[in-house]
Design a protein around this ligand. Structure first.
Ligand code: 5GP
Ligand code: MN
Length: 598
């Protein structure tokens, strides 16, 4: 009797010790369950004394507590995630960049020429139209506005307010003339969020208000971006860094400034929302935009992965935040031409920050030194460690949420599966049913069912994305070989190889120009930084080339590329519509711009 109880105690002791040494939580749970069952049996038989029973239960409680603490710690500690990354597979600067961008270890980047750190030590590291539719771009275009009457009637957002608000957004996005964080990026992310909602079927899980929150959050998520990073704000003790106490400095500003716009009556697009809806939308928007702070990336991924393992449903705000975060880093999942251009635009923005850092006597932030940054290699790291895991989690999450809806809908032939009913964005309060029917009323009273759950194909959505991401990675690998050569050869040879990299980049530039622009007239080869700028900002996309490019065999990708190319007909530098300029003019303009900037 007593002996058996002591046995149980011993088992508990040994397992809890093993556990504390770092045993497997899963096994521990199983054991604990077995031991508790054993105690119950002993109790039923009356085969145990009270002292032993108490001891055993206390043990069980302490083991349970230990497992709980460990699980919580694991959830908060993103180090595990990164420990299996081979230190040699990632260049030092890329690791530094991952560390300073995707973790909360802010901005302290030390050069370690001799001591090559184990990846683990910086691991904390890598712990690394829609709404603003162009149809409303000019007030005058309202004259030709052709919305069906019922849409106008049910649309809760006052159209003049929407126009004023969208115009103010455009001004804010153009304020710092950023190569990357500008109004095109905002439109791109908004379109991508829209795309994801439709093609994953997640829109059927969201309410009207939540869909509005998603689109709105995407549209404002980088409003008045300064073209510099949070770390730069913190290091330079900027006003916003002081205002927001170094916490998600830019992201706090984006939401706050966008809401400040709506304090003006004529820009208040949320004027017709009920108090409850207004509050709910605001809370969702704040959570989503703050989650675009990349320093929370690993924590976000880990928490969501954990959620997916649970039997409970997925938290809506978390799922929506993941969609926005994925859309925000989605260009590597788009055609090479687009991805390459976005990359070069971002690199130019980083380099401009580097120029500022140099002028201020600050150390270069990772990837910000235009003379030494290994663009191709850094892109491989970004795709491997950030983009792929994010999209893999996105598709897994969408599967967990949407598959049951599809099954349910196919059984009951619910409206979401194709049967028409009444609805339109902004027309219905949040009190409405959770699942939205998906159809589009047409002016002749008919309905489309192209966005119904029946058309959702998550497997093809996932395969398509992964295929494109892989293909882009392969392209960077090819370019990285050249970069590596440049890095490794001696000073003189280095110069020669740099020319060869320049030549390769130039070749890439010319190829893209030829593919995407009919007006390319063969410019002389400018210095490397200029090459990057030319590719980024001055490769006009003609309408013809748009339609040409959109003959992608996959309809999903076609959509993704399509809308973005439309938005790219705007000059990213000043937000003005861009018409097919000759590339020579473009180079001159860019050089001039570079001179002004410098
Ligand atoms: P955003 O600043 O747009 O809200 O968040 C996106 C962030 O993801 C960028 O600031 C940048 O840190 C990172 N990012 C997006 N695209 C790329 C890319 O192509 N390469 C690298 N290295 N980082 C990227
Ligand atoms: Mn963004």
């Amino acid at each position: 009797m007593g002996a058996r109880a002591t046995e149980t105690t011993r088992e508990l002791e040994s397992t809890s010790i093993k556990y504390q040494i770092g045993g497997h939580a899963e096994k521990m749970w199983q054991r604990l369950k077995g031991i508790l069952r054993c105690l119950v049996k002993q109790l039923e038989k009356g085969d145990i004394n009270v002292v032993d029973l108490k001891k055993n239960i206390e043990y069980a409680a302490s083991v349970l507590e230990a497992v709980y603490i460990d699980e919580t710690r694991k959830l908060l500690d993103t180090e595990d995630e990164l420990s299996d990354i081979q230190s040699d597979s990632v260049p030092l600067e890329v690791r530094d960049w991952l560390a300073s961008t995707f973790t909360r270890e802010m901005g302290i980047v030390k050069r370690r020429p001799e001591e090559k750190p184990k990846f683990r030590s910086i691991v904390h590291a890598v712990q690394a139209g829609i709404f603003v539719e162009r149809m409303y771009r000019r007030t005058s275009s309202m004259v030709g506005l052709a919305y069906p009457a019922e849409v106008i009637v049910t649309f809760k957002i006052p159209v003049p307010n929407l126009i004023s608000f969208a115009e103010a957004l455009e001004v804010g996005y153009s304020k710092y003339k950023n190569p990357y964080h500008n109004l095109i990026h905002a439109a791109d992310v908004t379109q991508t969020v829209h795309y994801i909602m439709i093609h994953t079927g997640i829109m059927h899980w969201l309410t009207e208000l939540e869909i509005l929150a998603m689109i709105f959050a995407a549209a404002v998520h980088d409003y008045e971006h300064t073209g510099t990073t949070n770390n730069f704000h913190i290091q330079t003790r900027s006003d916003v860094a002081i205002l927001y106490n170094d916490r998600s400095v830019l992201e706090n500003h984006h939401v706050s400034a966008a809401y400040r716009l709506m304090q003006e009556e004529e820009m208040n697009i949320l004027a017709n929302l009920t108090k409850d809806d207004w509050r709910e939308l605001r809370s969702l928007v704040i959570e989503m935009v703050l989650s675009t702070d990349m320093s929370g990336h690993f924590q976000q991924i880990k928490t969501m992965r954990h959620t997916l393992q649970q039997t409970e449903g997925v938290d809506k705000a978390k799922a929506m935040s993941l969609i926005l975060h994925a859309a925000d880093i989605s260009h590597p999942a788009k055609s090479w031409e687009l991805h390459y251009r976005w990359t070069m635009a971002l690199m130019e923005e980083f380099f401009r920050q580097g120029d500022k850092e140099a002028a201020l006597g600050l150390q270069f932030s990772p990837l910000c030194d235009r003379k030494s940054t290994l663009v191709a290699q850094s892109q491989i790291g970004f795709i491997d460690f950030i983009v792929e895991p994010t999209f893999s989690l996105l598709t897994d999450s969408m599967e967990k949420i949407v598959m049951p809806l599809i099954e349910e809908a196919s059984k009951s032939e619910s409206p979401a599966f194709g049967t028409p009913s009444q609805n339109s964005l902004g027309a219905v309060s949040n009190a409405e049913a959770q699942r939205r029917p998906s159809f589009k009323s047409t002016s002749d009273g008919g309905t489309h069912t192209e966005n119904s759950l029946a058309t959702v194909n998550l497997t093809s959505f996932k395969d398509n994305l992964m295929k494109i991401i892989q293909a882009n990675k392969e392209r960077w690998k090819e370019l990285a070989v050249e970069e590596e050569l440049v890095k490794n050869v001696g000073e003189q040879e280095k110069d020669q190889s740099r020319n060869s990299t320049d030549a390769q980049l130039q070749e890439e530039t010319t190829r893209i120009q030829n593919e995407s622009s009919q007006g390319s007239d063969g410019t002389t080869c400018p210095p490397r930084s200029i090459v990057l700028q030319v590719v980024s900002f001055d490769t006009p996309l003609s309408d013809e080339s748009n339609s040409e490019k959109c003959t992608n065999s996959d309809p999903n990708q076609k959509d993704l590329t399509d809308a973005q190319q439309e938005t790219q007909n705007t000059d990213p530098q000043n937000g003005e519509p861009k018409h097919c300029k000759k590339s020579e003019d473009s180079v001159k303009a860019t050089e001039k711009e570079a001179l002004i900037q410098n």
